[in-house]
Write a protein that binds this ligand. Structure first.
Ligand code: GRF
Length: 201
Protein backbone atom coordinates (compact mmCIF):
# COMPACT_ATOMS: atom_id res chain seq x y z
CA UNK A 1 0.00 0.00 0.00
CA UNK A 2 1.33 3.46 -0.85
CA UNK A 3 2.12 5.90 1.97
CA UNK A 4 -0.55 8.45 0.97
CA UNK A 5 -3.36 6.04 1.85
CA UNK A 6 -6.05 7.07 4.29
CA UNK A 7 -5.58 4.84 7.35
CA UNK A 8 -8.93 3.46 8.54
CA UNK A 9 -9.98 1.80 11.81
CA UNK A 10 -13.22 -0.21 11.81
CA UNK A 11 -15.10 -0.53 15.11
CA UNK A 12 -17.11 -3.72 15.63
CA UNK A 13 -19.08 -5.52 18.33
CA UNK A 14 -20.29 -8.77 16.78
CA UNK A 15 -20.55 -10.69 13.51
CA UNK A 16 -18.75 -8.07 11.45
CA UNK A 17 -20.58 -8.64 8.16
CA UNK A 18 -20.09 -4.96 7.28
CA UNK A 19 -16.40 -5.26 8.16
CA UNK A 20 -16.26 -8.28 5.85
CA UNK A 21 -17.87 -6.32 3.01
CA UNK A 22 -15.30 -3.54 3.49
CA UNK A 23 -12.38 -6.00 3.63
CA UNK A 24 -13.59 -7.88 0.53
CA UNK A 25 -13.70 -4.54 -1.28
CA UNK A 26 -10.15 -3.88 -0.04
CA UNK A 27 -9.01 -7.33 -1.24
CA UNK A 28 -10.47 -6.43 -4.65
CA UNK A 29 -8.72 -3.03 -4.59
CA UNK A 30 -12.12 -1.28 -4.73
CA UNK A 31 -11.48 0.95 -1.66
CA UNK A 32 -9.33 3.52 -3.46
CA UNK A 33 -7.14 5.38 -0.97
CA UNK A 34 -8.86 3.82 2.07
CA UNK A 35 -6.71 1.24 3.85
CA UNK A 36 -8.16 -0.67 6.83
CA UNK A 37 -5.21 -1.11 9.20
CA UNK A 38 -6.97 -1.63 12.53
CA UNK A 39 -10.12 -3.25 13.92
CA UNK A 40 -11.31 -2.38 17.42
CA UNK A 41 -13.95 -4.57 19.03
CA UNK A 42 -16.00 -3.70 22.10
CA UNK A 43 -16.33 -7.42 22.78
CA UNK A 44 -13.84 -10.31 22.94
CA UNK A 45 -14.27 -13.50 20.97
CA UNK A 46 -16.59 -12.14 18.26
CA UNK A 47 -16.42 -13.28 14.64
CA UNK A 48 -15.48 -9.79 13.45
CA UNK A 49 -12.06 -10.21 15.09
CA UNK A 50 -11.29 -13.32 13.04
CA UNK A 51 -12.21 -11.46 9.85
CA UNK A 52 -9.34 -9.07 10.63
CA UNK A 53 -6.74 -11.50 11.97
CA UNK A 54 -7.28 -13.90 9.05
CA UNK A 55 -6.08 -11.02 6.84
CA UNK A 56 -3.19 -10.09 9.17
CA UNK A 57 -4.96 -6.84 10.11
CA UNK A 58 -4.34 -5.63 13.69
CA UNK A 59 -7.33 -6.42 15.92
CA UNK A 60 -7.71 -4.93 19.40
CA UNK A 61 -10.38 -5.59 22.04
CA UNK A 62 -11.33 -2.64 24.23
CA UNK A 63 -14.14 -3.67 26.59
CA UNK A 64 -15.92 -1.06 28.71
CA UNK A 65 -16.20 -3.55 31.61
CA UNK A 66 -12.40 -3.67 31.96
CA UNK A 67 -12.29 0.10 32.47
CA UNK A 68 -13.01 1.92 35.74
CA UNK A 69 -14.94 4.68 33.93
CA UNK A 70 -15.87 6.10 30.51
CA UNK A 71 -12.77 8.28 30.45
CA UNK A 72 -10.46 5.26 30.71
CA UNK A 73 -12.51 3.47 28.03
CA UNK A 74 -12.11 6.43 25.67
CA UNK A 75 -8.40 6.78 26.50
CA UNK A 76 -7.73 3.12 25.66
CA UNK A 77 -9.50 3.53 22.32
CA UNK A 78 -7.68 6.78 21.53
CA UNK A 79 -4.33 5.18 22.41
CA UNK A 80 -4.97 2.39 19.91
CA UNK A 81 -6.08 4.90 17.23
CA UNK A 82 -3.06 7.15 17.77
CA UNK A 83 -0.60 4.24 17.82
CA UNK A 84 -1.94 3.10 14.44
CA UNK A 85 -1.96 6.68 13.08
CA UNK A 86 -5.64 6.41 12.14
CA UNK A 87 -7.20 9.07 9.87
CA UNK A 88 -10.79 7.80 9.61
CA UNK A 89 -13.01 5.69 11.89
CA UNK A 90 -15.79 3.44 10.54
CA UNK A 91 -18.40 2.11 12.96
CA UNK A 92 -19.74 -1.20 11.68
CA UNK A 93 -22.13 -2.94 14.00
CA UNK A 94 -20.49 -1.11 16.93
CA UNK A 95 -22.84 -0.92 19.89
CA UNK A 96 -21.09 1.54 22.19
CA UNK A 97 -21.47 5.33 22.13
CA UNK A 98 -18.36 7.14 20.90
CA UNK A 99 -17.08 9.36 23.70
CA UNK A 100 -16.56 13.14 23.37
CA UNK A 101 -12.74 13.03 23.29
CA UNK A 102 -12.84 10.69 20.29
CA UNK A 103 -15.55 12.76 18.56
CA UNK A 104 -13.41 15.86 19.11
CA UNK A 105 -10.18 14.35 17.75
CA UNK A 106 -11.94 12.77 14.75
CA UNK A 107 -14.54 15.51 14.14
CA UNK A 108 -16.12 14.93 10.74
CA UNK A 109 -14.10 11.74 10.15
CA UNK A 110 -16.22 9.08 11.90
CA UNK A 111 -18.68 7.17 9.71
CA UNK A 112 -21.52 4.89 10.81
CA UNK A 113 -23.92 2.58 9.03
CA UNK A 114 -27.49 2.42 10.31
CA UNK A 115 -30.11 -0.08 9.07
CA UNK A 116 -32.91 2.45 8.45
CA UNK A 117 -33.64 5.67 6.55
CA UNK A 118 -32.52 8.25 9.14
CA UNK A 119 -33.63 10.49 10.70
CA UNK A 120 -36.52 8.05 11.24
CA UNK A 121 -35.95 4.89 13.31
CA UNK A 122 -32.67 6.00 14.85
CA UNK A 123 -31.41 6.95 18.28
CA UNK A 124 -30.77 5.12 21.54
CA UNK A 125 -32.25 1.63 21.58
CA UNK A 126 -32.84 1.66 17.82
CA UNK A 127 -30.46 -1.08 16.69
CA UNK A 128 -30.66 -4.57 15.21
CA UNK A 129 -34.11 -6.19 15.16
CA UNK A 130 -35.71 -3.31 17.10
CA UNK A 131 -35.29 -1.08 14.04
CA UNK A 132 -36.92 -3.46 11.58
CA UNK A 133 -39.77 -4.38 13.93
CA UNK A 134 -40.56 -0.67 14.42
CA UNK A 135 -40.53 -0.05 10.64
CA UNK A 136 -42.92 -2.97 10.03
CA UNK A 137 -45.16 -2.00 12.97
CA UNK A 138 -45.42 1.54 11.58
CA UNK A 139 -46.64 0.15 8.25
CA UNK A 140 -43.78 1.69 6.25
CA UNK A 141 -43.68 0.69 2.56
CA UNK A 142 -39.92 1.15 2.32
CA UNK A 143 -36.85 1.06 4.51
CA UNK A 144 -33.15 1.08 3.80
CA UNK A 145 -29.66 1.94 4.99
CA UNK A 146 -28.03 5.20 5.96
CA UNK A 147 -24.30 5.97 6.09
CA UNK A 148 -23.73 9.13 8.12
CA UNK A 149 -21.08 11.11 9.99
CA UNK A 150 -21.10 10.57 13.75
CA UNK A 151 -21.62 13.37 16.24
CA UNK A 152 -22.24 13.14 19.97
CA UNK A 153 -25.75 11.73 19.63
CA UNK A 154 -26.72 8.25 18.40
CA UNK A 155 -27.51 8.07 14.65
CA UNK A 156 -27.66 11.87 14.36
CA UNK A 157 -24.83 13.37 12.24
CA UNK A 158 -24.98 14.52 8.58
CA UNK A 159 -26.14 11.85 6.11
CA UNK A 160 -23.55 10.84 3.49
CA UNK A 161 -25.65 8.34 1.52
CA UNK A 162 -28.80 6.24 1.67
CA UNK A 163 -30.16 3.23 -0.24
CA UNK A 164 -33.81 2.10 -0.14
CA UNK A 165 -35.41 -1.36 -0.04
CA UNK A 166 -39.12 -2.26 -0.17
CA UNK A 167 -40.97 -3.47 2.90
CA UNK A 168 -43.08 -6.39 1.62
CA UNK A 169 -46.60 -7.08 2.95
CA UNK A 170 -45.74 -10.15 5.04
CA UNK A 171 -42.17 -9.27 5.94
CA UNK A 172 -40.87 -10.54 9.26
CA UNK A 173 -38.28 -8.44 11.07
CA UNK A 174 -35.63 -10.95 10.05
CA UNK A 175 -36.59 -10.88 6.35
CA UNK A 176 -36.44 -7.09 6.29
CA UNK A 177 -33.16 -7.15 8.24
CA UNK A 178 -31.56 -9.42 5.64
CA UNK A 179 -32.80 -7.24 2.75
CA UNK A 180 -31.39 -4.10 4.42
CA UNK A 181 -28.13 -5.82 5.38
CA UNK A 182 -27.49 -6.78 1.74
CA UNK A 183 -27.79 -3.08 0.83
CA UNK A 184 -25.47 -2.09 3.69
CA UNK A 185 -22.79 -4.39 2.31
CA UNK A 186 -23.06 -2.73 -1.10
CA UNK A 187 -23.25 0.88 0.08
CA UNK A 188 -20.76 1.14 2.94
CA UNK A 189 -17.56 0.21 1.03
CA UNK A 190 -18.50 2.63 -1.77
CA UNK A 191 -19.18 5.50 0.64
CA UNK A 192 -15.94 4.80 2.53
CA UNK A 193 -13.87 4.78 -0.69
CA UNK A 194 -15.51 8.00 -1.89
CA UNK A 195 -15.14 9.71 1.51
CA UNK A 196 -11.43 8.84 1.71
CA UNK A 197 -10.85 9.93 -1.90
CA UNK A 198 -12.17 13.41 -1.05
CA UNK A 199 -10.60 13.69 2.41
CA UNK A 200 -8.35 16.69 2.96
CA UNK A 201 -5.79 15.83 5.60
C1 GRF B 1 -26.07 -4.10 10.96
O1 GRF B 1 -27.47 -4.16 10.80
C2 GRF B 1 -25.65 -2.65 10.93
O2 GRF B 1 -26.57 -1.85 10.23
C3 GRF B 1 -25.63 -2.23 12.34
O3 GRF B 1 -25.14 -3.38 13.02
C4 GRF B 1 -25.68 -4.56 12.38
C5 GRF B 1 -24.71 -5.70 12.42
O4 GRF B 1 -23.61 -5.35 11.66
N1 GRF B 1 -24.83 -1.06 12.51
P1 GRF B 1 -22.39 -6.39 11.41
O5 GRF B 1 -22.95 -7.63 10.76
O6 GRF B 1 -21.77 -6.72 12.76
O7 GRF B 1 -21.46 -5.63 10.51
Amino acid sequence: MTTNNVRVAVFVSGGGSNLEAILVAQDREELGKAQVVLVISSKAGVQALERATSRQIQAVVVERKTCVNDEEFEAKILNALNAAKIDVVCLAGYLKKIGPSIIQQYQGRILNVHPALLPKYGGAGMYGHFVHEAVIKAGEKESGVTVHLVDNEFDHGPVLAQAKVPVLPNDSGEQLAQRVLAEEHKLYPKVLADFCQKLKR
